[in-house]
Ligand binder design. Structure first.
Ligand code: EPS
Length: 383
C-alpha cells in the first residue's frame, strides 16, 4: 500500500496518492474532511491556520463513494497561495523575488541548500515544511476507513507539552477518546491540559517554541500483523519509521519502551493466561507488539517532538550568500503543534497497519479481505 505526497507549503496545493486499497471500500467524504480539520486544531497554532480551511478533493479512484481498486488521488488546496502567487509560481514571473539566505538551526534549510545546490533556501523550506502533513492526513483518512471496515480504530492524545506531563492512564479504551478533539491540546487529563495551555501561553510570550509527546493508540487489531521472520517486516520498525518521518519528531517509543529498559525482566513482560477459553494478558507493557507482530492488545506508539525551529526571537546563524553572522530567518510560525502531530501520527500509523492487513490478507475487493480475515480469526480462535 503506497502513500506518496507532493506539494510545497505556499504553492498552489498538495496532492496525495494512495495506491493498493481494495475495491468496494465505502468512503465518507465528511470523515476525511473531519480529519483534515482536526489536524488544524490545537492551542499554539499560528496565523496560517486562520487562512487555511483544509479539505481533500478526491480526483480519481473513487466512484459514488466506493473505491475502484485503482490509485486514489486527493487534492488539498493552499488558500494562502493567493498571497504567494509571485513568490511560489511554478512558472517564471516578471517580479523580482528576493532569495532567502538565513538558515534556521534545526530546520532542513542549510543541509538542504547544500545537498540540492540551491542559493535560495525557499527551494528547500517549502517542501520541508510540515504543511506536507495535510496531504498525509488526507491519505491516512483512506487507510483509516479501510481499518474501520475491519474493526480497527486509531486514535491519539497528547501526553506531554514542554515540561508539563499528563498522568499515565492505567488502561485506555476507545470510549476515552470520544471528546478528545474538544480539548484545546487534545489531552485526556483536564488538569494537565490546563497546565499545558498555560505553559504554551507563557513560552509563546517569551518568544519560544515548544515540543512535546503524543501517543497513537489502535484498538481492535488482530494478532499476527507484521512478522518476526525478517527485519523489514517487523511492525515495530515500520511504525518507528512512520512516526519519525513526521516533521520535528526526534524520538519514538512503543509501549513502556524507555521505562522497561530500566526494569528487571520480571516486571517488563506481559504474562500469559488462559481464561474463558481465550488467551489473556493483564498488562500491556509491550504496547501491543511482540516479536514485531501485533498481540491483539491495543497498539501504543509515542512520538517525541522537538520545539519548532522557526522562532520569533531567532537563533544565531550565517548568511549563506555572504558567510557573515546573522540571525536566522524569522517567519510567521506556530508555537506548538504537538496536538496536530498526534492527528498526523494517526494517519501514519493507519498507513502502516493498513499495509500490514493487505500484506497478510490480500484481496482485490474488501469482501475478499474480510473473508480471509474471518477465516484467520476462526483458525486462531480470535473471536
Ligand atoms: C510551517 C510554518 C507555518 C505553519 C506550517 C508549517 O506556516 P507559515 O510559514 O505559512 O506560517 O503553519 O503548517 C501548515 C501550514 C500546516 O498546514 O500545518 C513550517 O515551517 O513547517
Amino acid at each position: 500500500l503506497t502513500l506518496i505526497t507532493a506539494g510545497e507549503s505556499h504553492g498552489p496545493g498538495l496532492t496525495c496518492i494512495v495506491d493498493g486499497l481494495p475495491a468496494g471500500l465505502e468512503l465518507d467524504r465528511d470523515s476525511i474532511n473531519r480529519d483534515m480539520q482536526r489536524r488544524q486544531l490545537g492551542h499554539g497554532r499560528g496565523g496560517r491556520m486562520k487562512i487555511e480551511k483544509d479539505g481533500a478533493e478526491v480526483t480519481s479512484g473513487v466512484r459514488h463513494g466506493r473505491t475502484l481498486g485503482s490509485a486514489i488521488a486527493l487534492r488539498v488546496d493552499n488558500r494562502d497561495y493567493k498571497n504567494w502567487e509571485e513568490r511560489m509560481n511554478p512558472w517564471p514571473v516578471e517580479a523580482d523575488v528576493p532569495e532567502v539566505h538565513l538558515p534556521r538551526p534545526g530546520h532542513a534549510d542549510l543541509v538542504g541548500a547544500w545537498k540540492y545546490n540551491q542559493t535560495d533556501i525557499r527551494n528547500v523550506l517549502e517542501r520541508a515544511s510540515a504543511r506536507e502533513t495535510a496531504a498525509r492526513v488526507a491519505g491516512g483518512a483512506l487507510c483509516k476507513a479501510f481499518l474501520s471496515a475491519l474493526g480497527v480504530e486509531v486514535r491519539s492524545h497528547v501526553v506531554q507539552i514542554g515540561s508539563v506531563h499528563a498522568p499515565e492512564p492505567a488502561t485506555l479504551t476507545l470510549g476515552d477518546f470520544d471528546a478528545i478533539d474538544e480539548d484545546p491540546v487534545r489531552c485526556l487529563d483536564k488538569a494537565a491540559s490546563k497546565a499545558m495551555v498555560g505553559h504554551i501561553n507563557q513560552q509563546r510570550k517569551a518568544n519560544e517554541s515548544i515540543g512535546g509527546v503524543f501517543e497513537v493508540v489502535a484498538f481492535g487489531l488482530v494478532p499476527g500483523l507484521g512478522s518476526h521472520v525478517s527485519w523489514e517486516t517487523r511492525l515495530d520498525g515500520r511504525l518507528a519509521m512512520a512516526i519519525c518521518s513526521i516533521q520535528a519528531v526526534k524520538g519514538v517509543s512503543i509501549g513502556d519502551a524507555w521505562d522497561v529498559a530500566g526494569r528487571p525482566g520480571s516486571q517488563a513482560h506481559d504474562e500469559i493466561f488462559y481464561e474463558d477459553e481465550h488467551y489473556a494478558r493483564h498488562t500491556n507493557h509491550s504496547g501491543g507488539l511482540e516479536g514485531g507482530m501485533t498481540t491483539g492488545d491495543p497498539l501504543l506508539v509515542r512520538g517525541a517532538m522537538k520545539p519548532l525551529p522557526t522562532l520569533t526571537k531567532p537563533l544565531q546563524s550565517v548568511d549563506i550568500a555572504t558567510h557573515e553572522p546573522a540571525q536566522a530567518l524569522r517567519e510567521r510560525t506556530d508555537s506548538c503543534t504537538v496536538p496536530a502531530a498526534g492527528v498526523v501520527g494517526e494517519a501514519m500509523v493507519a498507513h502502516v497497519l493498513a499495509s500490514a492487513y493487505i500484506d497478510k490478507f490480500g484481496g482485490d475487493h474488501i469482501d475478499d479481505v474480510r473473508g480471509a480475515l474471518d477465516a484467520y480469526r476462526t483458525r486462531i480462535g480470535w473471536t
